[in-house]
Design a protein around this ligand. Sequence first.
Ligand SMILES: [Zn+2]
Length: 291
Amino acid sequence: MNRSSVLFRRHPDLRDTTLPEGPEIRRAADELAAAIAGRQAIKIFFAFDNLKPYASRLQGATVCQVTARGKAILTRFSSGLTLYTHNQLYGRWLITADSEYPDSSRQLRLAIHTGEHAALLYSASDISILNNAELRQHPYLSHLGPDLLDPGVDAGQLAARLNEMQYRRRCLMGLLQDQRVLAGMGNYLCCEALHVAGIHPQRRPADLSSTQLLQLTGSCLQLARQSYETGGITNDLERATILRQQGAPFEACRFHIYRRAGLPCYRCGTDIIKDRFCGRMGYLCLTCQQQ
Ligand SMILES: [Zn+2]
C-alpha cells in the first residue's frame, strides 16, 4: 500500500452518499472476505420471506469465498450454495463485532454471524441464493462485460469491444455505464475517464480516432484500478495528497470534475458544468472536452 492510500483510506459507513461502483463493490467484497471467509456461519438472518428457509440450510456451513462480479457480490458457502447480492442504489454492507448492530434507520436485509464478526447488509433488495447451475445462468452475471478490475483486461481489448458494430454508434455516457459492455463502471468513473481522456460525453466510439479510443479505455482501466487501491480517488494522486494535507475534506479531493460544478477545471481553469448527457447526469469541462 502506498503513502497516498494510507492517507486516504477510510471505512465505508452508512452515511456514504456516493453510489457504489466496481471499485467500491470490490473493496466491500475484500472487507467481507477478511471478516468472514474461512469462518463458520453460526447464525444467518434473512428479512425476506422467500429466503428465510435458506437460513437453516446455510447455518453451520463455512463461508468459502467472497468475490465481486461487476456490481454484485458472491458469497460461496461450503454447502454448495452461493449468496448473490446486488446493492443497486442504496444497499450497503457493514461489518461489525458479532453482537453489535449500528443505530440506523436503514432496514437490515441479511446478517451472517461468525461469532467474531457480523456481516450486515442494509437496504438492498436484490438478494438470492443460487446453486451452481443457477449461478451460471444468472441474468445479470451471465451478461456482464469484461471487468475493469480484472488484471487480464487491457485497453486494446476494451477499445475493440467499444468499436463493435452493436456499440460503436451509442453515446459514450450511456455506453460506458452499461454493465453488459464494461463491468464495474458507473457515473463517477465514467465522468472522470471521459474528462481525463479529453472526450465529450455525447460522442460515440465511431466519432473517435483509434488513438482517442485507446486513451479513453486506458483511462477507464487506470482510474478504476486507482480508485480501488486508494479508497475512491480518481483525481491526480499528487494533487489529491496536497489538497488533503491542506485540510480539504476527503470528498473535495477525490475527483477531477465529478461533483465539482461551478469550480475551475484543474487543467484549464474553465468552470465545470453539470448537465444531462444522453439521459444521464454528468460533469464536463467544455474546454478540455470539446464536442
Ligand atoms: Zn478543462
